[in-house]
Design a protein around this ligand. Structure first.
Ligand code: AQP
Length: 334
């Protein structure tokens, strides 16, 4: 049996990249036989940068609503928020003492997020990958579906698992495999094809938010950066054209076609015609999900019930694993 774990941060502005790179794959994995899926709203991760408490509560419900609206079945899968299961924070502390500073110093996401203000970044932002390893290993998850940007953190999770096993002479934690699949593992900003689409980009025009309506989607796609040439007829023609590659990739991912097939239809045409088709497709695929998200966000009692039930089921898996960790490490459990 495979145990799948993944999470999304409740930091607002959930976007097309989060959907195509992660949430859509969560739904697909849930349909597999012999898999147990645990999908977390990682609120402990969110506070590694400042979050307004009221916004954090709303954004936590927004991610849960996105999971549900995308098709995750809360009976079949577990949906919960991270802070509701104490094993995450407890195991993260143990891993703070297993992981080496040199390992964390190599993490590119910290460098990108802390930027020039490294001295001012929270300790939590630096230790984030240890918490991520704890999220996964508190369930002994075998597989973690993520976008490409999380690959390095997954490698660190394996290093931590291995060092823990070696240090204590046990064969306890599994070597978790990343699952990076789908046609859009790295969706780029609509304003700059060299930057990934991101919640924290100050420009709302850089991303399509999952709650955007048809007018917003149309405006953003129309304004998306392109180059002056017509679309190429073959995939090789996308070399050196990051914005064209991104938009064609989004079209392919949303339509379930491959890039060559999309270029077979639109190659040689101007961006204006292609963008019009992309707007129709995005509105068709994302519109109903966005509307369902808004409906669920207005029904916070239901969303909270789902999270409460999920937290109980998640804790039932993680607590015995954490108890074993305590025994291995030598903590008394009087
Ligand atoms: N642009 C992207 N393309 C494909 N996948 C993406 N993911 C994020 N951006 C893209 C995947 O979405 C999942 C949840 O991400 P997260 O919320 O945990 O954090 P993140 O990767 O830091 O996401 P953002 O949107 O870029 O947020 P900020 O701006 O706060 O850094 C992950 O599986 C991620 O790979």
């Amino acid at each position: 049996m495979s145990r799948i774990f993944s999470g999304v941060q409740p930091t607002g502005n959930l976007h097309l990249g989060n959907y195509l790179g992660a949430i859509r794959n969560f739904v697909e994995l849930q349909a597999e036989e012999n898999s147990e899926c645990i999908y977390c709203v990682v609120d402990l991760h969110a506070i590694t940068v400042w979050q307004d408490p009221a916004a954090l509560r709303a954004n936590t419900r927004e991610v849960a609503a996105a999971y549900l609206a995308a098709g995750i079945d809360p009976k079949r899968s577990i949906i919960f928020n991270q802070s509701a299961v104490s094993a995450h924070a407890e195991l993260a502390w143990v891993f703070n003492c297993v992981a080496r500073l040199g390992w964390l110093n190599r993490m590119t996401q910290f460098k990108e997020k802390a930027g020039k203000h490294r001295e001012n970044a929270s300790v939590g932002l630096y230790a984030y990958p240890n918490l991520m390893a704890a999220d996964i290993l508190a369930y002994k998850a075998t597989h973690v579906p993520v976008g490409e940007d999380q690959k390095q953190h997954l490698e660190l999770t394996r290093d931590i698992a291995q060092k823990f096993n070696n240090d204590f002479g046990v064969d306890f934690f599994p070597m978790t495999e990343p699952l990076i699949f789908g046609a859009a593992t790295r969706v780029m900003s609509l304003r700059d094809g060299s930057k990934k689409m991101s919640k924290s980009d100050p420009s709302d025009y850089s991303r399509i938010n999952l709650t955007d309506g048809p007018d917003e989607i149309a405006r953003k796609v129309r304004k998306a950066k392109t180059d002056p040439h017509p679309l190429p007829e073959t995939t090789e023609g996308l070399e050196g054209r990051p914005e064209a590659r991104n938009l064609v990739g989004i079209f392919a991912a949303l339509s379930g076609r491959d890039v060559a097939d999309v270029l077979g239809e639109f190659g040689g045409q101007q961006f204006s015609a292609f963008k019009a088709a992309l707007v129709d497709l995005a509105v068709e695929k994302l519109g109903p999900m966005g509307a369902e998200m808004k409906r669920l966000m207005a029904d916070s009692a239901y969303v909270d019930d789902v999270l409460r039930d999920g937290a109980k089921r998640a804790a039932a898996i993680a607590t015995p694993i954490m108890d074993e960790v305590k025994d291995i490490v030598g903590f008394l459990r009087p």
